[in-house]
Ligand binder design. Structure first.
Ligand code: UFG
Length: 330
């Protein structure tokens, strides 16, 4: 397939692009490097530098594309609470531009990177797709708004679309992983402490209604997540918008994640309790039964130790590259 990937220089976008290329697809990436890295653009992909708003129509009208995967978005819960205007303008505005470009060029196959943050604080776990959506932060609200926009465009303009609601993505694949200028995610931060790049990890809240008082999340390996995108693209039907949750189906607390990182790295990782972070829900655990049944998705790397071990291998390699670059400068 000839595919457009927006945000293909970001974490999930780059791994997904690499998986698509590995399976023989033709990949064009639009990325403005606002959070992505040029280094993460996989070899073999065509890169168009710019925003979705500026480039999507130009790219889609230049050739016949079989589908689009839309990752480009701002995606940090805490930041979205502080800068909602940027989240609404960027996430929703750019998506509407992309949908218009798809309608105008008759590109009728879309996979969208949605989020567990659309559900907010769930009434019960695991979360199924028919449960109420009530986001606890602007990030989740923008993802939900985009899901609604996609539903209406799919029906009216005969686009086949799938929203994949990711739970907590982690791990690395094909030499690609989490490498953000400003890191806020738990696993990469804990591993940076292990590497000695940070003094300690702050545990945001020890008074959540969870077994050990720290927040519980469902961690999914980025390679398993990438596989689901291809399955969705291959099975989209014009006029239909489907929604699938993607997680490993098991919840781990912040303390359990830190302990797993200690076990995998064999290193002492200092941690300190801190107040809750604004916008965080207590527990998010996915039911991925619908994706398994309807997409035939079978996650292979669901074990938290495997996810952390892959992230650790990547973080160490990244750390030693940064170290040798610093030595060259000095
Ligand atoms: N946490 C800490 N200390 C840190 C960083 C994080 O205690 O230094 C805690 C957070 O408060 C949260 C948990 O670890 O309870 C996981 O936090 P992350 O920042 O790693 O991930 P989030 O759960 O906030 O969000 C991620 C994605 C979202 C997605 C969500 C769905 O960034 O896009 O998972 O579960 F919506």
């Amino acid at each position: 397939m000839k595919l457009l990937v927006t945000g293909g220089a970001g974490y999930v976008g780059s791994v997904c692009s690499a998986v698509l290329l590995d399976q023989g697809h033709d990949v064009t990436i639009i990325d403005n490097f606002s959070t992505g890295n040029a280094e993460a653009v996989p070899e073999g992909a065509t890169l168009v530098e710019g925003t979705v708003e500026g480039k999507a129509f130009e790219v889609l009208s230049s050739d016949s594309f079989d589908g689009v995967i839309h990752f480009a978005a701002m995606s940090l819960v805490g930041e979205s609470v502080e800068k909602p205007a940027e989240y609404w303008r960027n996430n929703v505005g750019q998506t509407l531009n992309l949908l218009d470009a798809m309608r105008d060029t008759e590109t009728r196959n879309l996979v969208f990177s949605s989020s567990a943050a659309t559900y907010g604080e769930p009434e019960k776990t695991p979360i199924t797709e028919d449960m109420p959506t009530s986001p606890t932060n602007p990030y989740g609200a923008t993802k939900l708004a985009m899901d609604y926009a996609i539903s209406s465009y799919a029906k009216a303009y005969n686009i086949g679309a799938t929203s994949l609601r990711y739970f907590n993505v982690a791990g690395a694949w094909g030499g690609l992983g989490e490498n953000r200028e400003v890191e806020t995610h738990l696993i990469p931060l804990v591993l940076q402490v292990a590497l000695g790049h940070r003094e300690k990890i702050m545990v945001f809240g020890d008074d959540w209604p969870t077994p050990d008082g720290t927040a519980v999340r469902d961690y999914i390996h980025v390679k398993d997540l990438a596989d689901a995108h291809l399955l969705a693209l291959e099975s989209n039907k014009p006029g239909q918008h489907r929604i699938f949750n993607l997680g490993s189906g098991d919840g781990f607390s912040v303390r359990q994640v830190i302990d797993t990182c200690r076990k995998v790295t064999g290193l002492n990782i200092p941690a300190e309790d801190a107040p809750r972070r604004a916008g965080d829900p207590a527990t998010l655990i996915a039911s991925s039964a619908r994706a398994m049944q309807e997409l035939g998705w079978q996650p292979q790397l669901t074990d938290l130790e495997t996810i952390v071990a892959d992230a650790w291998e990547y973080t160490r390699a990244l750390g030693s590259r940064a170290h040798s670059a610093r030595r060259k400068i000095n």
